[in-house]
Ligand binder design. Structure first.
Ligand SMILES: O=P(O)(O)OC[C@H]1O[C@](O)(CO)[C@@H](O)[C@@H]1O
Ligand SMILES: [Fe+2]
Length: 187
């Protein structure tokens, strides 16, 4: 394993050299949005738009890996495009998100049910403590691009968020991103 400088384009999220990538489209995120009828309509009319793309840089044998998440702007009945959201399988491992461009909200929730919000504006480096669920939301009108750094063993635990939702949602109210209680949250 040798050191290496990796070029990250803060406007497009391109990683050179990257070692893997995936894309999430709206139809794959159906369960996490409030208005699924409107989501189905958007998928039909807009041809299943991309919501976010993740590109990673990972080296076999390293304890750390990093990458970019690039989120498209968009809404479903006023609810902004967001990631699935997850806890880490390893409860002792956190993460770092460093925003490069665009504007977002990082929604965090502890196991005890505390909610925190960190604004994702260019230059903000967000600390995600171990055992806090995290979801990023693009509240702007351009791409939201951020770099994340994590332990390779952290893993993703999507189960709890998928089953119960998060306690808060982020919606457009009169042109302003607004944090509201999730009417569909189930404890
Ligand atoms: O894995 P999710 O919740 O769909 O969100 C994707 C984001 O989370 C990560 O898994 C990093 O924790 C990245 O791949 C990306 O920032
Ligand atoms: Fe994570």
């Amino acid at each position: 394993m040798l050191p290496e400088g990796v070029l990250i384009n803060g406007l497009t999220g391109e990683v050179s050299p990257g070692t893997g990538k995936y894309t999430k489209r709206l139809s794959e995120l159906r369960e996490i949005f409030q208005d699924q009828t409107e989501l189905d309509r958007l998928v039909e009319v807009e041809g299943d738009p991309v919501v976010y793309e993740v590109i990673e840089y990972r080296k076999e044998g390293s304890d750390l890996f990093f990458g970019t998440t690039t989120m498209e702007p968009g809404k479903v009945s006023g609810e902004f495009f967001m990631t699935r959201g997850h806890f880490h399988q390893r409860r002792d491992m956190g993460e770092v998100y460093y925003t490069q461009s665009g504007h977002g909200v990082l929604l965090l929730e502890s196991r005890k049910g505390e909610t925190k919000v960190v604004r994702m504006d260019p230059g903000v480096c967000a600390f995600i403590p171990p055992d806090w669920a995290h979801r990023s939301i693009n509240v702007g009108s351009e791409k939201l691009v951020f770099v994340w750094v994590c332990n390779v063993d952290a893993g993703h635990d999507y189960g709890d968020i998928l089953k119960h939702g998060m306690r808060k949602i982020v919606v457009d109210r009169d042109g302003k991103d607004t944090i509201m209680n999730n009417p569909h949250y189930s404890s």
